[in-house]
Design a protein around this ligand. Structure first.
Ligand SMILES: [Zn+2]
Length: 148
């Protein structure tokens, strides 16, 4: 409903453009090529495999920037939404105004999924090991970002 299909591909993400008042499903060649490295747990594994010297928040932000998608109509950045997000009809100005207020002010980066990943990983490692402390430290950092 309300989504316009951008053809080509099979791996889709859902976006909305607040300016055009439209929803888009998108998956690009780019996405497919990098779909592995963009997968959450792969991204986190990549981070920890690299020795995790980099700040986790910066790392996630940098990866997120690379995933940003522009609207095919107006070239503005779109907001990624959950796949079952109900996109209002294009003429429903009231709903779009509300979305504008609630979504554009908020960071679109969802730290919650990274927090969840860390909570699960922590359970897998030996308590108080180096990995544990690393994970714990980053978890605290991410939780702070998410409550700000
Ligand atoms: Zn647009």
């Amino acid at each position: 409903m309300g989504f316009e299909w951008i053809p080509l591909k099979n791996y889709k993400r859902h976006y909305i453009c607040l300016k055009c008042q439209k929803g888009f499903k998108r998956a690009s060649e780019e996405d497919r090529k990098h779909s592995k490295s963009k997968d959450l747990s792969n991204l986190m594994n990549e981070y920890y495999a690299s020795g995790s010297q980099q700040d986790i928040v910066k790392f996630i932000n940098a990866s997120y920037q690379k995933m940003k998608v522009v609207c095919p109509n107006c070239r503005n950045f779109m907001l990624q939404v959950h796949y079952d997000f109900e996109v209002p009809s294009q003429r429903d100005n009231k709903s779009w105004k509300r979305l504008n207020r609630t979504m554009s002010s908020k960071t679109i980066l969802n730290y919650e999924i990274y927090i969840q990943w860390h909570r699960l990983e922590i359970q897998k490692v030996v308590a108080n090991s180096v990995e544990f402390k690393n994970l714990k430290q980053n978890l605290v950092k991410l939780e702070k970002m998410s409550t700000d």
